[in-house]
Design a protein around this ligand. Sequence first.
Ligand SMILES: CC(C)(COP(=O)(O)OP(=O)(O)OC[C@H]1O[C@@H](n2cnc3c(N)ncnc32)[C@H](O)[C@@H]1OP(=O)(O)O)[C@@H](O)C(=O)NCCC(=O)NCCS
Length: 177
Amino acid sequence: MGSTGWHGRIRRLRAGEAAGAVQCVFDGMSAGSRYQRFHTGMPRLTASQRAELATVDGDRRAVLVAERRHDGGWTADGLGRLMAFGDGRAEIALEVVDAAQGRGIGRRLLGELVVAAHASGHRRLVAAVLTTNTRVLDWLRREFPGCTVDVDGPASVVDIVLRVPTILDPAALDPAA
Ligand SMILES: CC(C)(COP(=O)(O)OP(=O)(O)OC[C@H]1O[C@@H](n2cnc3c(N)ncnc32)[C@H](O)[C@@H]1OP(=O)(O)O)[C@@H](O)C(=O)NCCC(=O)NCCS
C-alpha cells in the first residue's frame, strides 16, 4: 500500500503554465520510470513532446499537478493526465518522480482524476499500462473492481466504468440520455 507522508497539494494546471511542471517531473523520473510511463526509451523531452504533454484544453485535456512547497515556491512531484476520446471515454496517465514514489501521490492523483473525469462528463476511463508493469496493473484492478484488462501487444488496456449512485447520475435524470 502506498504510505502517506507527502505533504502537498493537487491542483489543475491552467493553459500556459503546464510546460514547467511537465519538464520538472520528467527530469525527476529515472529511465525505468520513463519507460513505464511512455512505453519507449525517453532520454529527453523534445520541445514538441513537452508542448503536447502540456496542452490543456478545457474538459478535453486536463493536467493535474501534485506539488509541494520548496524554496518559497512550489515544485511538481507528479502529474495526472486526462485526455478525452470524445465518446464518453477518456485516457488517464500518471507519473511521479522517483524520489517521491510510494508515498501516496499516485493514489491521490488517481482519485482527483476520477473526480475531474466525472465532472467533465466522462463515464469510462482507459489506461494503457505496460503488461510487464504488473504492480500498477494489480493496483488498478484493486482500485476498480470490475475493470477489464485487455492485452494489446506490449501494453495492457485497462477499461474502467465509472460508477456513481444512480440518484447522482445525470444520465439517469435526463430523459433524453
Ligand atoms: C505508478 C505511479 C504513478 C504511482 O505513483 P506513486 O505515488 O508511486 O503511488 P502510490 O504511493 O500512491 O501507490 C499507489 C500504487 O502505485 C504503485 N507504486 C508505488 N510505488 C511504485 C514504484 N516505485 N514502482 C512501481 N509502482 C509503484 C503501487 O501499485 C501502489 O499500490 P500498492 O502500494 O497498493 O501496491 C508511479 O510509481 C510512477 O510514476 N511510475 C512510473 C510511471 C508509471 O508506471 N505510470 C503508470 C502507467 S500510466
